[in-house]
Design a protein around this ligand. Structure first.
Ligand SMILES: [Zn+2]
Length: 506
């Protein structure tokens, strides 16, 4: 015996706590809204039963945790973590729950946690399943309970998804309404989504894209002036979401369905905007606006079909176009290519018999835009006045010493920038507000497309080019000729044959 005593120092020390399991406990409650309604297992009821259980077992309650609904998942996870941290730190040996599925519904995950806790001498005790988890039978029973509650949870989730699918397939949106829409309850107290104030602004974005072919950056700038801050990436998402033309697509649906909500724009406008977005997928670098090279990308190399790009030769002080294919040597000076394009353009006029109907159409368009612009104008004027007032107030506060210089300058910069941006937009809306001069100008332009092209900036030139020749032009360096890849029918076929004769004549 004396010899054995000498070996005491070699006895392995287990976790100090697991050896001396104490009678300290925490109570953890959790409820799902559904169950609370059905079984009246409210948090209070759970708490009451847990307290009684603890009393009976002579446990000292050190704290209460949980008290959340399952739907508040992040809160729940946080509470659960706090509880685990507390028991580990404060040598608590018991976690009391109303039933074992209140502890967790994650099945195997929970079994793992319980096993780990148990190694440290911490036991999970259930009021309604009072088996002793210290015995293997009790632990087995507890594990079975956990696996069952996970199964039950998955069943409920499946049921919920079926409900969502069902609702979506009937054309009702589920979840958070997309930007530009908000949730309200209809006359029958059913939740529906309707267009919000922001939606009216997004509607304008679609029209700007289609009618003016603005870049997303420009659209975002205009929206900001009207009070809606949106990134151009987000705008791309908006343009790509068919919800805005009344169609619902969803991860839970295999096919698009007609939505029951009011669309922001027609399907036609939506598709058109997407065609434009696709053509200029991003405002990427080689699309950089260059007033000197309006034909780049529009003209393609006849030999390899690759779009032309442009460059500048410094020592000659001249611009050139060249085929973007690195193995192709096709290139030509800007002057030569522009002359050829002018020759082509001068022969095109809008068909005479289309002029009158066109004028009529212009009248509608004009009236439509006047209407749109007036409301836009009013919003802008209001915002302009607001910002001016803010600037005045800022100056005042600075003058009476309420603000220090740094803060004053910071806000002054911000407000001035906003003011300038709004002013710029207002200016872009002004002018050309007389219908007669508008149609007269349009008629003049129809007769002389070359004039329009010569006067326009890069974007206007490109628009005209694509309007007349939607597929662009092919250029052959050898023959110094364009091949037309089809053209807009507003210019008659006769024009096309004219061009052929002119070309063969030269
Ligand atoms: Zn080429």
């Amino acid at each position: 015996m004396e010899t054995l005593r000498n070996f005491r120092a070699f006895v392995k020390k287990g976790d100090a706590r697991s050896k001396e399991s104490n009678n300290h406990a925490v109570i953890y409650t959790r409820v799902s809204t559904k169950e609370q309604a059905e079984n009246n297992l409210s948090l209070d009821t759970q708490k009451k039963y847990c307290q009684q259980f603890a009393e009976k077992q002579k446990l000292i309650i050190r704290g209460y945790f949980g008290g959340t609904y399952e739907s508040a998942q992040t809160d729940e996870r946080r509470e659960f973590k706090n509880m685990l941290a507390f028991v580990r730190k404060n040598s608590v040996s018991h976690i009391v729950v109303y039933s074992i599925d209140r502890f967790s519904r994650s099945g195997a995950g929970a079994i793992g946690i319980i096993a780990e806790l148990s190694k440290k001498g911490i036991l999970v005790r259930s009021v309604t399943q009072p088996t002793d988890p210290k015995t293997s039978m009790g632990s087995f029973y507890q594990n079975i309970q956990l696996v069952f509650s996970q199964y039950d949870n998955e069943q409920r989730r499946a049921k919920c998804i079926t409900g969502m699918k069902e609702r979506l397939s009937r054309g009702y949106w589920v979840g958070k309404a997309p930007l530009g829409y908000c949730h309200i309850h209809d006359a029958n107290n059913k939740p529906v989504v309707v267009i919000s104030e922001q939606g009216k602004l997004l509607q304008k974005s679609f029209l700007w894209k289609v009618h003016e072919r603005l870049t997303n950056t420009e659209i975002a700038r205009r929206l900001k002036a009207l009070g809606l801050s949106i990134s151009k990436q987000r705008l791309t998402e908006v343009f790509r979401n068919p919800f805005y033309c009344g169609i619902i697509t969803h991860g839970l649906l295999s096919e698009p369905v007609m939505g029951s909500h009011e669309p922001l724009v027609s399907q036609e406008v939506f598709l058109k905007a997407n065609q434009i977005v696709k053509k200029v997928p991003h405002d990427y670098k080689h699309q950089v606006v260059n007033d000197d090279l309006p034909l780049k990308r529009f003209v393609k190399c006849k030999q390899c079909g690759v779009p032309f790009t442009g460059y500048f030769v410094k020592n000659k002080g001249k611009h050139y176009y060249k085929c973007n294919n690195p193995h192709c040597k096709s290139n030509t000076s800007k002057d030569k290519l522009h002359d050829l394009f002018r020759q082509l353009l001068v022969n095109f006029r809008v068909d005479k018999k289309l002029i009158e109907p066109l004028k009529m159409q212009l009248k509608y368009v004009f009236e439509h835009f006047c209407k749109v612009d007036t409301s836009e104008y009013a919003v802008l004027r209001k915002r302009f006045c607001e910002i001016e007032q803010r600037i005045e107030k800022l100056k005042e506060r600075f003058a009476i010493g309420e603000l220090d210089k740094a803060l004053y300058e910071q806000f002054m910069d911000k407000f001035s920038e906003e003011k300038e941006s709004i002013a710029k937009t207002i200016n872009s809306l002004n002018g050309g507000d007389d219908l007669a001069s508008f149609t007269a100008y349009a008629e003049e332009v129809c007769k002389n497309l070359l004039l329009l092209w010569d006067q326009g900036n890069y974007e206007q030139k490109q628009r005209l080019q694509y309007l007349l020749f939607p597929e662009g032009l092919l250029y052959s360096k050898e023959s110094n000729l364009f091949d037309l890849l089809g053209m807009n029918p507003i210019c008659s076929d006769k024009r096309l044959s004219d061009y052929d004769t002119i070309c063969s004549g030269t």
